[in-house]
Design a protein. Structure first.
Length: 60
């Protein structure tokens, strides 16, 4: 996906976290794939859910 920023096209990605049991979801548009951005998105997602989970399930 591309978007415009200051008249220039910028590539954007969507970070998503979906809780497997409740199916609550958090989505965030990002303009880079840095580790710091990835971690920041995790923090924002857990804040939006109201806390961290007791158990995480990773899928591919």
């Amino acid at each position: 996906m591309d978007t415009e920023k200051a008249g220039k096209l910028v590539k954007v990605w969507v970070y998503s976290m979906i809780l497997s049991h409740s199916r609550y979801a958090y989505y965030c548009l990002v303009t880079d794939q840095k580790v710091s951005t990835f971690i920041a998105c995790h923090i924002k997602a857990f804040e939006s859910f109201g806390g961290v989970l007791r158990q995480l399930r990773l899928t591919t």
